[in-house]
Design a protein around this ligand. Structure first.
Ligand SMILES: Nc1ncnc2c1ncn2[C@@H]1O[C@H](COP(=O)(O)OP(=O)(O)OP(=O)(O)O)[C@@H](O)[C@H]1O
Ligand SMILES: [Mg+2]
Length: 259
């Protein structure tokens, strides 16, 4: 069964149509990348998938249920969203932030217990943020904050994680570390991963499936071999490229070519 099914979804900000007749199916346990030029609608699509925005038309089904009918708390137990830019102005510690991932599981006045702390600790260990535990969230670096927000998503223990450019603030070591972590969650826990990412080479290397979006429409979807073609990329991004196999990663490798 598909874990997420999007049927003929359209969305606009006021009069500006941003997503146009999007239909897609996401298979449980897949690692999916969404690529496409700036402003093509990728973040808007993720927010629709997480029920933060309501589509003008069309519907989204989560494990067969229309997400309009899923309560926010239940949705948060199934889907975690790591947004593109997270602004946190409060003086929370890193541990406080990650603990917020446990909120959906707690009653209104129920305190976190030992098992919550264990899950939070594990999430911080996996994202290499445990050493930041007692630091104030506003006083750490952008890349460190990115990893903390991912730790919070892990603490939610979701079956689907949506991540919007999770590696954009990270150095190359932490980029690979986060993508390896997502792959590990995907392979060991069967977590469905949906990641918006600009690096087409990394997308090809890690994904079962790639969705290419341009101007709010899906231009191609399928295996990296099917989507990352000279024709599709040149059309979507208006550049000239060559595509080879990379002998080290054994995946497609794209090089922009100057005319
Ligand atoms: N809150 C908003 N109100 C009005 N228009 C918006 C809003 N957010 C985004 N847009 C517009 O909607 C379009 C799609 O934006 P979106 O953020 O989904 O693009 P994106 O594919 O994520 O781009 P990027 O790669 O730059 O993150 C853009 O034209 C953008 O200007
Ligand atoms: Mg975006």
């Amino acid at each position: 069964m598909y874990t997420l099914e999007v049927k003929d979804l359209s969305f606009s900000y006021g009069k500006k149509a941003v997503l146009k007749n999007i239909s897609l199916n996401i298979e449980k346990g897949n690692f999916i990348s969404i690529i496409g030029p700036n402003g093509s609608g990728k973040s808007t699509l993720l927010k629709n998938l997480n029920n933060l925005y309501k589509p003008d038309n069309g519907s989204i089904f989560l494990d067969g249920l229309n997400i309009k009918k899923v309560k926010p708390r239940e949705l948060a137990m199934k889907i975690a969203l790591v947004p593109q830019n997270t602004v946190i102005d409060y003086d929370f510690t890193v541990e406080d932030i990650v603990l917020m991932g446990r909120h959906p599981y707690k009653g209104r006045f129920q305190k976190e217990d030992e098992s919550d702390y264990r899950i939070v600790n594990e999430a911080m260990e996996m994202t290499n943020t445990l050493y930041l535990k007692d630091r104030i969230i506003t006083e750490i670096s952008g890349g460190e904050r990115q990893r903390v927000i991912i730790a919070k998503a892990l603490a939610q223990n979701p079956s689907i994680i949506l991540l919007d450019e999770p590696t954009s603030h990270l150095d190359i070591n932490h980029q690979i570390e986060i993508l390896n972590l997502l792959r590990k969650l995907n392979q060991e826990k069967g977590t469905t991963i949906v990641v918006v990412i600009h690096d087409i080479n990394l997308a090809s290397r890690y994904s079962d499936e790639i969705i290419l979006i341009k101007d709010g429409q899906i231009k191609a979807t399928g295996s990296p071999q099917k989507v990352i073609t000279k024709e599709n990329i040149e059309f979507a991004y208006n550049i000239n490229v060559e595509i080879d196999m990379n002998k080290y990663s054994n995946s497609l490798y794209l090089t922009p070519i100057n005319e």
